[in-house]
Write a protein that binds this ligand. Structure first.
Ligand code: COA
Length: 177
């Protein structure tokens, strides 16, 4: 399967709404990812995703079809050499290695385009699929934060995974061709 990342376009709005309007995705994201996912939310998202140069949020395509989104978010102040990674894959495309490929491409893209030293992600501890994706790409588990997240009326743990520029440059995992 050929995985590419490209800028979001306004023309992607119908497929974005169709796939993003999914409670199983929203349950694993921060509350800034809305549910239900309205047309207005989709338009606002595409506007945000295309507001920077280089784009910091990209659309994931698998064999030419839009199937998810991935982003790197700048941090402020003393954390300015870090970016936070976030992503989701449309449910019909789960379990085909797409997130692993897309995260690999995005880490490559991030270290190429920004003067950053570290990329991190904060998956909920129950999100086994996402933990596995990060481990497969070469991220290291750096910490467990007990009951730090309040989601849907419950306290849950999150983990922090990270990869540093030097680790990425000296990785033994093969880059995606
Ligand atoms: C988590 C998510 C990104 C995984 O995407 P995906 O494209 O299905 O992941 P991949 O196919 O690359 O899978 C990578 C590995 O994780 C495993 N995996 C994926 N989903 C899994 C699940 N639900 N339970 C257990 N393992 C899972 C795969 O088996 C694979 O491991 P393997 O190669 O050892 O078999 C996707 O399910 C999703 O978008 N979920 C909702 C949103 C979300 O969680 N975003 C991340 C927030 S941190």
């Amino acid at each position: 399967m050929r995985i590419e990342l490209r800028a979001w376009k306004v023309g992607d709005l119908p497929i974005l709404i169709e796939f993003a309007n999914n409670e199983r995705i929203a349950a694993n994201m921060t509350d800034s990812f809305p549910h239900p996912y309205s047309k207005e939310a989709g338009l606002k998202f595409i506007e945000w995703a295309t507001s920077s140069d280089p784009n910091h949020i990209l659309c994931i395509k698998a064999d030419g079809k839009v199937c998810g989104s991935i982003g790197l978010h700048a941090q402020q102040d003393v954390m300015c050499k870090n970016m936070e990674l976030g992503y989701w894959i449309a449910e019909p495309y789960w379990g085909q290695g797409i997130a692993t490929n897309a995260v690999t491409l995005m880490v490559q893209y991030g270290f190429k385009h920004w003067d950053i030293n570290r990329i991190f992600a904060k998956p909920f501890a129950v999100n086994i699929g996402s933990l596995r994706v990060l481990e497969k790409v070469g991220f290291r588990k750096e910490g467990l934060f007990k009951a730090a997240v309040y989601k849907r009326g419950r306290y849950i743990d999150f983990l922090e995974y990270a990869i540093h520029r030097t680790e990425w440059e000296h990785r033994t995992i093969e880059p995606i061709p």
